[in-house]
Design a protein around this ligand. Sequence first.
Ligand code: ATP
Ligand code: MG
Length: 492
Amino acid sequence: MVPRDWVWGSNLRTVLTRSCLALLVATQVAVGVGVFALVEHFLWRTSDGQLLEAVRSLWEHRPAFMQGENSELPGLRPHLTFSEWGPHFGQMVAVSVGRGLVRIYRDDGALLFANGPARGVPDLDAAAVAKILSPGSLPQSMNASSEGQRFHILCLPLVARGQCLGVLQVTNSSEGVEVQLRKLALFILLCSLAALVPGYLWLLWLAHTLASPLERLKQTALRMGAGDLQARTGLGGGRNEVFAVAAAFDSMAVRLQASFQSQRRFVADASHELKTPLTTLSGMAEVLQMSNPCSDPQTQKALRTIEREVERMNGLVSDLLELSRAEEPHPQDVAAVSIHEILDELVEEASMRARTVGCECPAELAVRGPESRLRRIFGNLLDNALQYTPSTGTVCLRAYLSDSGMVAVEVSDNGAGISSDDLPHVFERFYRADHSRARRSGGTGLGLAIVWSLVESLQGQVEIRSTPGFPPEGYPGQGTTVTVRLPACRRP
Ligand code: ATP
Ligand code: MG
C-alpha cells in the first residue's frame, strides 16, 4: 500500500510536516469554497429578489390602459388587448431594469416583445410557457452564460384578475454580483495565505520538536550498539511518550553497563586468581620431576602431562585476561607505531620457528595505538595462518594505505581454509572450526575473539574471507585472508 510505504519509508519530520500541511490546505480549500458558494448564492438571491420586486411593482402600478384586458364594454371604445399593450409594458420593464434582455411571451407561446438579440438566453416554447403559467407555479430562475458573462434568467407569469396573460422573461446581469464575488475570492485567498504561512512554520517547529528526541534516542542506541556503554539520551524533562521511552532506555543502559562491568570484572578477577595456583602447580611439577629423575616412566609421563596442561591453562587464563583488558578503554593520546617494524619482528619470530613468511609493507605506514595491542592483533593472525597452513603452503603479510585513508593489513595463507558454515562464527569466543576440540588441531578458540575486541578498541574493522581447499596441502586461489583496517596516522 502506497500511503503505508510512504509513512514507513520517509523520515518522521517529512511525514508529519507534509501530512499536516496537506490537511491544512485541504481544510482551507474546503472552507474557502464553502464560504464562496454560500455568499454567491446569497448575492444572487438578493439581486434576483430586488429585480423581482421592481418588476412586480411595475406590474402592480401599470398605467390604466393596461388594466382592462379583453373586456369589451358596449358603447365604449374597446379596451386594448394584452397583445396590444404587452409590448408597452415590456418597454417599461426594459427601461426600468437597464441592461439585460426583456421578453414577453403570450399564453400561447408566441413572442410578443424582445428588447434585443437573444445572446445566449434560451427561448421559451409553448410548453415552457404553459408550465410557468400553470396554477400555483412560482417565478422561475435559471443560470445561463454567454460571451464569458453569467446571468440569471427570471421567468414570471403575468396574471391579471385571475387570468394568465403571458410570461415575462428578464435576465439579471451578473456584473454587480461578479465584482463582489471577485473581491470575496481575493479576500479568501489572502486570508488563506495569511493563515498558511504561520501554520506551515508552526508545523515545521512541531515536527522538529517531536522528532529531535527520537533522533537523539536513535543516535544513543547506535552509540551503544557500537560498544559505547556510557552513552545516554539525557532526556529526562518531558512528559510525553517519547521522553518516557528515553528515560526507560537510559535506565536500561545503566543496568546493561553495570552488568557488563561486573561480568568483565568477574572474568578479570577469576583469571587473575587462577594465575597464582597455576604457577605454583607448574613449579611443583618441575620440582617433582627434578627431585626424582629415576622415578618410573609412568610417573614421569604423568608429571609431563601435568606440566603441559598447566601451561595450556596458563595460556587460556592469559587470553581471558587479555580479552577483558581489550574491552577497557585505552588512553587516546598514545604514540604512532610503525606497522612495518611490527610486521618485520613477527616475520623474524616465524623464521625462528622455521617458517618463511612473505612481507610487503611500505615503511611510512603507521597507526596510533598501544604497541602491545597491535603486536597481539597481528601475532594472533599470523599464528593462525601458520597453524592452519601446512609447511608446504605459503603465508603472506601485506600492508597498504586504503582509499578510505585507513591502513589495511592483510594476513593471507593458502591453507585448508574455513567452511562457509564456520566462517560467520570464527570471531565468537571459544569457537573452533574443529568441533571435536582436539588438542592437536587448534587452541582454545579465543585468538580471533581477542583480535576482534582489540581492533574495535582501536576504532578499526576486521574482515575474513576464506575458500576451503582440498587437498589440505593448499594451492593458489584457496585459503584464508584476514584484513584489519585501522585509522592511519603520520609516522613520528
Ligand atoms: P587460539 O588462537 O585461541 O589458540 P584457535 O586458533 O583455535 O585458538 P581462533 O584463533 O579464534 O582460535 O580461530 C578460531 C577458528 O578459526 C580456529 O579453530 C580455526 O578452525 C579457524 N581458523 C582461524 N584462522 C584460520 C586460518 N588461517 N585457516 C584456517 N582456519 C582458521
Ligand atoms: Mg588462533
